[in-house]
Design a protein around this ligand. Structure first.
Ligand code: F6R
Length: 609
């Protein structure tokens, strides 16, 4: 987590860096800072606890200028969010560093540096980097890139970092290991950032660094060295898509905007499956691999993990392919056995989630038939390191709570299910039914958006609650899990999801008049079973709110609110019902007045373990 941005140019860079930070705030927003080398080679810095707007305010009060600088927005790992722990960190009044990642051997390095006479001002792991760099420059009289290379050889853990030094007032050095870093190529200027999104306002040409690369840039010079200290040429990629729309427009929050963008996001994602020009999708390699798939292992975190859980029902029931789904942070540390012919599918909106990447990198040769990444970010590390990729075309997701990424992941899984089902003898009429359900999906989601007012009205009864239960059966159990996750992360209400049949095995003890229960009743073959579970809740005084199918036969009463969902084909209902739960979480958070787009303690892209 944390976002870093750096620029060296022949013009003022402070606003470029600040715009970069605004665009990177999704990576963390505990504190922010900026350091520039002024025109008379002095290091100037501002750091502020809180969001980027606090830093903006500090800059307005006391502007700083320069043609070269680094900046950072933080998600705290070592040390509380405070001005002293905010980046950049400085050593000897000359060197400044910004860092994303975790230095695992920082304790040992800190002791060593204290012995050499260095004083530590912060509780961060990052401060060892800047003092080590300073030590190498002062004592060993190395050049800035040489000094950085000596430093990174000493570091254990994950990092993307950038440094400046007043003795080399037009140079930025940078390096990465297990954390993302891109170089933005301008005309007579270079930029560096955790994510290309931060730099789209200044360039559309990017270099994606490889593991352990180190870089030196001046306004008109770039040198990349690989882990063996050999100068290498890294490809410059031109981004052809228009810069992502990063404006709220008429919406109040990015989460709201992104919920509303879902019909279009789904259309774009589904349209690519019918595009014969798209080789990455169902091109020859994918076709050949799919012919051999005997089983699937899905690995992901958070919301993306929930997408895998929903997909398991589809892959097993419709394509007849056995499917396991596991949280990446568990998968990566477990001794595993997989059956021959298993396709590993990793799912990640960002394509940079540390645990998911580590899970992919940790598989043994021959353990899986092939690896396929479902991701929303082209050129993300996960996509680059997988054999095959299926891109969700959701567009940039800025709100920390994932919405359109989830529904487009589900649409991608349904398309993959169809492709595998065709090889596994799915009946033609069923295949046609699923295909036309997918065609109808964007409109079905639009019809949920028209229920905005009703869902907002329903949300009022949850505003003052401390706990909630979400119930579902079958494929709607992971949908309930996603509903509970959305609610807890943005409204801070404790919410848990249960498979409705599990209620009587423990959680029913929690149910009383203070425990609202939200249930999903889609009118499938498990409806009758679910109705009994709902009666069990009512009999204990529980307040029920049900997202129900028109054919569920449920009637509202004093202890039962019903939100009647539009009728649609069974296969797409998990996606359609999810959108209603997203709106519910959004409005509960809005009623409570929490920071919907930047909930406390979280960050959008979890690039640390
Ligand atoms: C929840 C949420 C997170 C992410 C998780 C994985 O709304 O956004 O749970 O789903 O951190 O992120 P990606 O999909 O980028 O790997």
């Amino acid at each position: 987590m944390c976002g870093i941005v750096a620029a060296t140019a022949s013009r003022e860079v402070s606003e470029i860096l600040m715009e970069g930070l605004r665009r990177l705030e999704y990576r963390g927003y505990d504190s922010a800072g900026i350091a520039l080398i002024s025109h008379n080679a002095a290091l100037q810095m501002h750091r502020r606890p809180g969001k980027v707007k606090e830093l903006e305010y500090a800059l307005k009060q006391t502007p700083i200028t320069g043609f070269i600088g680094i900046a950072h927005t933080r998600w705290a790992t070592h040390g509380e969010p405070s001005e002293l722990n905010a980046h950049p960190h400085i050593s000897g009044g000359r060197v400044a560093v910004v860092h994303n990642g975790i230095i695992e051997n920082h304790g040992k390095l800190r002791d060593e540096l204290i012995e050499k006479g260095y004083k530590f001002d912060s509780d961060t792991d990052t401060e060892v980097i800047v003092h080590l760099l300073h030590f190498n420059l002062e004592t060993n009289e190395k050049s800035l890139p040489e000094a950085l290379r000596s430093v990174v050889q000493r570091l254990e853990g994950a990092f993307a970092l950038a440094a400046i030094d007043i003795a080399h007032p037009n140079q930025i050095v940078a390096s990465r290991r297990d954390s993302p870093l891109v170089i933005g190529v301008g005309i007579g200027e270079y930029f560096i950032a955790s994510d290309q999104l931060a730099l789209r306002q200044v360039t559309d040409r990017f270099i994606y660094l490889e593991e352990n690369d180190t870089v030196l840039v001046t306004p008109d010079f770039l040198e990349v060295r690989n882990r063996d200290d050999v100068v290498v040429q890294r490809k410059v990629s031109q981004i052809t898509s228009a810069p992502e729309e990063n404006m709220l427009g008429s919406y109040s929050h990015f989460m709201q905007k992104e919920i509303y963008e879902q019909p279009q996001a789904l259309r774009s994602t589904l349209n690519q499956t019918s595009d014969p020009e798209n080789p990455s999708l169902f091109g020859t390699d994918t076709e050949k691999t799919f012919d051999k798939v005997k089983a699937i292992q899905v690995v992901a975190c958070g919301t993306s993990y929930h997408a895998g859980l929903v997909a398991r029902y589809w892959l097993e029931e419709l394509a007849g392919i056995p499917c396991q789904v596991e949280i990446a942070s568990e998968f990566r540390y477990r001794k595993r056995v997989s059956q021959p012919g298993t396709l590993l599918i990793t799912v990640s909106q960002s394509g940079e989630t540390a645990d998911t990447l580590a899970a992919l990198r940790g598989i043994s040769p021959g353990e899986f038939l092939a690896t396929l990444a479902i991701s929303n970010v082209e050129n993300s590390t996960l996509v680059r390191e997988s054999d095959l990729a299926f891109m969700t075309k959701a567009g940039a997701e800025v709100g920390v709570a994932s919405t359109k990424a989830f529904t487009t992941q589900l649409a991608s899984f349904l398309s993959i299910t169809l492709a595998l089902g065709r090889r596994n003898g799915i009946p033609e009429d069923k295949e046609k039914e699923i295909s036309s359900a997918l065609d109808a999906l964007p409109d079905a989601v639009s019809s949920i958006l028209k229920m905005d007012y009703q869902i907002r009205h329903l949300s009022a009864q949850f505003t003052r609650r401390n706990n909630m239960l979400f119930l579902g059966r079958g494929v709607y159990y992971p949908v309930a899990m996603e509903g509970a996750l959305k609610l807890k992360e943005i409204s801070y209400i404790h919410a848990e999801a249960y498979a409705a049949g599990e209620l009587k095995h423990g959680p029913l003890a929690l149910v009383d008049e203070d425990m609202p229960v939200v249930a999903i009743a889609p009118g499938d073959q498990l409806l009758e079973k679910l109705r009994s579970n709902l009666e069990e809740v009512r009999a204990r005084g529980g307040q029920l709110s049900v997202f129900a199918d028109p054919h569920s036969g449920l009637e509202p009463s004093s202890d039962l609110s019903i939100l009647m969902m539009p009728n649609c084909v069974e296969y797409i209902k998990p996606i359609v019902y999810t959108v209603a739960l997203q709106l519910l979480a959004y409005y509960v958070a809005l009623n409570k007045g929490t920071d919907v787009d930047k909930p406390r303690n979280l960050a959008k892209s979890v690039t640390v373990e």
